[in-house]
Design a protein. Structure first.
Length: 287
């Protein structure tokens, strides 16, 4: 069994730069956006130092990497231009992710805005049916969401409903975000095993492909989605972590997390300081 632990890293200097940043944190996996997460503008693949990056990764034991789709993709939208943009962008992004050597693309399912949840579920599934017409070895991983506003994915039943409606759903997985799942109301702090049993009953553990590891600045069920550094307390400039190191360490070393990319998305404290190296070392250490 292998522990695959890493963080979000920058793609600004291509795949080689991303891999070097990951290695500097003591990571053996990582997650990237293939461009800015707030838009769909993307640099040509030939400028992204892919072969050099793959060679560096092989030399340093880094693999099983993850791409995150940009936040602006909304497959639940009723607005044709937003919906069609999401479909066309993700279709191309899957090809880019495969060229970069990623096995997973993580996707926020979408928000139904002025419609209702049933409309949003149908809309997302319809979009995925179009996107999955292309052949791909990559998994589209629907992310567990915190439940703020009208976003979909706030419980396991909503994700299961999407998956059931997708015809080629053998390539649909789930990314389990600890902050989001906690904020949506699941008790991962006191009953992670119970949460996993519920996940298995509703979705199936075979769908669980990626973890996002984050503390939360809010109590369970707040539906806020504000990530915290691991075990931050009241003296931390960003506030207290309501999940805590002990819970995240347990998750990292739990049997369900083995051989899966475990990706930190904890905040940078300021423009120059991030704690990924320290947090990865803390989580990797056996107890």
């Amino acid at each position: 069994m292998a522990l695959k632990l890493g963080s979000h890293v920058s793609i600004a200097k291509g795949l080689l730069g991303a891999a070097k940043e990951a290695a500097s944190y003591g990571s053996n996996t990582f997650m990237i956006y293939t461009g800015a997460p707030q838009n769909t503008r993307r640099a040509p693949l030939e400028n992204m130092k892919i072969e050099e990056g793959k060679a560096f990764m092989k030399e340093h034991g880094i693999d099983d990497i993850v791409v995150h789709a940009p936040y602006i993709v909304n497959l639940a939208s009723y607005k044709p231009h937003i919906y069609e943009l999401g479909i066309s962008f993700l279709t191309n992004e899957i090809q880019r992710a495969q060229a970069l050597g990623a096995n997973y693309i993580v996707l926020h399912p979408g928000a139904y805005t002025d419609r209702d949840v049933d409309y949003g579920l149908q809309r997302i599934a319809h979009a995925l049916n179009q996107i999955l017409q292309q052949e791909s070895d990559l998994f589209i991983c629907l992310e567990t969401m915190a439940g703020k506003g009208t976003e979909i994915g706030r419980n396991f039943e909503e994700l299961a409903s999407i998956i059931e409606k997708v015809e080629k759903n053998d390539k649909i997985g789930v990314c389990f975000d600890t902050c989001h799942t906690h904020d949506s109301g699941y008790d991962i702090v006191h009953d992670f095993d119970g949460v996993m049993e519920e996940f298995d009953r509703v979705i199936g553990l075979d769908r669980l492909k990626v973890f996002h590891l984050n503390g939360s600045l809010n109590p369970r069920g707040a539906r806020k989605d504000r990530h915290a550094n691991i075990d931050a307390d009241e003296t931390n400039p960003r506030g207290k972590d309501y999940i805590g190191f002990e819970t995240l360490h347990k998750i990292v070393h739990h049997p369900v997390a083995q051989n899966k990319p475990l990706i930190l998305e904890t905040p940078w404290l300021d423009a120059t300081t991030n704690l990924y190296k320290e947090e990865i070392a803390m989580l990797r250490e056996p107890r």
